[in-house]
Design a binder for this molecule. Structure first.
Ligand SMILES: Cc1cc2nc3c(=O)[nH]c(=O)nc-3n(C[C@H](O)[C@H](O)[C@H](O)COP(=O)(O)O)c2cc1C
Length: 300
C-alpha cells in the first residue's frame, strides 16, 4: 500500500496536488469545489489590500501549447476575501492564501488579515510577469525585504512564488530562504506575447502577458532542479502539469508537491486522474511514498 500524503513546511496534504493561484481561486465556493474534487490543497487568486479591476479585455489568448494571460491581478481585495476563507476550508483541504502588493507594508497587511481569517499558509506572489508587483521577484533586495517582513509578522508557513523571468532563479530562491521562506513555489508564468497577423497588432490589451501550460513545463522542471540544488526548503513545482507523468518529472527534479493551473481546462477530474496515476506508478515501481522519488534525478 503506497501513501500519497506529504508534509510541506508543517502543512499536511492528503495528496501532493494543489490548485495553482489565479485559476478558479477567486471565491470560497470554487475553492471548496476544487478541494472536494480531490486537490490536496488549494491556493487562492492573488489577493491585494484594495480591490483591483485588472486590465481591459482581451486578457487571455490561447496559443499552440498553452495560454498567454495578462489579467492584471483582478481581485476583490482582502477585506472582502476574508469572508471566503471559511467557505473554502469546508472543502477539507488546506487553503493557501496568495498575497500580492506593491510595497512591503501591503504584503504584511494582507498577510495578517488572511492569517486572522484562518488561512493555513501564505504564498507570496512576487512574480507576476505583467504587473508592476511582479518586478519584485526580479530584485533580490525587494524579495528579501518582503519575505523578512511577512515572516516577522505572521505565525503560519510562508511560501514564496518565484518568476522564471530572471537570469539566475537560484539567486532569488536563496535570498527568499535567507529571509525565512518556509517553501518555494516555482514557477509563475513566462513573459510572452502574441501578435494577430491579420490586424498586425498584439492581441492582449496589456501587450505582454505570461505564458502557461505545456509550453513552459521544461522551463519549470529546469527551475525546480536548479532550486533543489541551491536551497534546503521544500519546493512546490508548477508549470504545464497536465498528467501524472508530468508530476513525476517535477518530483524527480526536486519538488515535494505540484500545482495545476492551465491543466484544469481539462476539467476538475484532473486532480483524481493525477493522484490515481501517481499511486499506480509508485506501486508498480516499488516505491512507498512520494518522498522516495523527490530529487531522484539528482542521485547518481
Ligand atoms: C488565467 C491565469 C491567472 C493567473 N493568476 C495568477 C495569480 O493571481 N497569482 C499567481 O501567483 N499566479 C497566477 N497565475 C500563474 C499560475 O498560478 C501558474 O504559476 C502558471 O500558470 C503556470 O502553471 P500552469 O502551466 O499549470 O498554468 C495565473 C495563471 C493563469 C493561466
Amino acid at each position: 500500500m503506497v501513501s500519497l500524503s506529504v508534509d510541506i513546511a508543517g502543512i499536511h496534504l492528503r495528496n501532493p496536488t494543489m490548485l495553482a493561484s489565479g485559476v478558479l481561486g477567486i471565491s470560497g465556493k470554487l475553492l471548496r469545489k476544487v478541494a472536494m474534487a480531490g486537490a490536496g490543497a488549494v491556493v487562492t487568486k492573488s489577493i491585494s489590500l484594495h480591490p483591483r479591476s485588472g486590465y481591459l479585455n482581451p486578457t487571455i489568448v490561447k496559443v499552440d501549447c498553452g495560454f498567454i494571460n495578462a489579467m492584471g491581478l483582478p481581485n476583490p481585495g482582502v477585506d472582502y476575501f476574508v469572508k471566503e476563507v471559511a467557505i473554502a476550508k469546508e472543502g477539507g483541504a488546506p487553503v493557501i492564501g496568495s498575497v500580492v502588493g506593491e510595497q512591503v507594508e501591503e504584503f504584511v497587511e494582507v498577510a495578517l488579515k488572511l492569517e486572522k481569517a484562518g488561512i493555513d499558509a501564505l504564498e507570496l506572489n512576487v512574480s507576476c510577469p505583467h504587473a508592476r508587483a511582479g518586478l519584485i521577484g526580479q530584485s533580490p533586495e525587494l524579495t528579501y525585504q518582503i519575505v523578512k517582513a511577512v515572516k516577522g509578522a505572521v505565525n503560519i508557513p510562508v511560501f514564496v512564488k518565484l518568476t522564471p523571468n530572471v537570469t539566475d532563479i537560484t539567486e532569488i530562491a536563496k535570498v527568499a530562504v535567507d529571509a525565512g521562506a518556509d517553501a518555494i513555489t516555482a514557477i509563475n508564468t513566462v513573459k510572452a506575447m502574441y501578435i494577430n497577423i491579420e490586424i498586425g497588432k498584439p492581441v492582449l490589451n496589456n501587450v505582454f502577458g505570461g505564458l502557461s501550460g505545456p509550453a513552459i513545463k521544461p522551463i519549470a522542471v529546469r527551475c525546480v532542479y536548479e532550486i533543489y540544488r541551491a536551497v534546503n526548503v521544500p519546493i512546490v513545482g508548477v508549470g504545464g502539469i497536465c498528467k501524472w507523468q508530468d508530476a513525476v518529472e517535477f518530483f524527480m527534479a526536486g519538488a515535494s508537491a505540484v500545482q495545476i493551473g492551465s491543466g484544469i481546462a481539462k476539467g476538475l477530474s484532473i486532480f483524481r486522474e493525477i493522484t490515481k496515476g501517481l499511486e499506480d506508478f509508485l506501486e508498480k515501481s516499488g516505491y512507498k511514498r512520494i518522498s522516495d522519488i523527490v530529487g531522484l534525478a539528482h542521485k547518481v
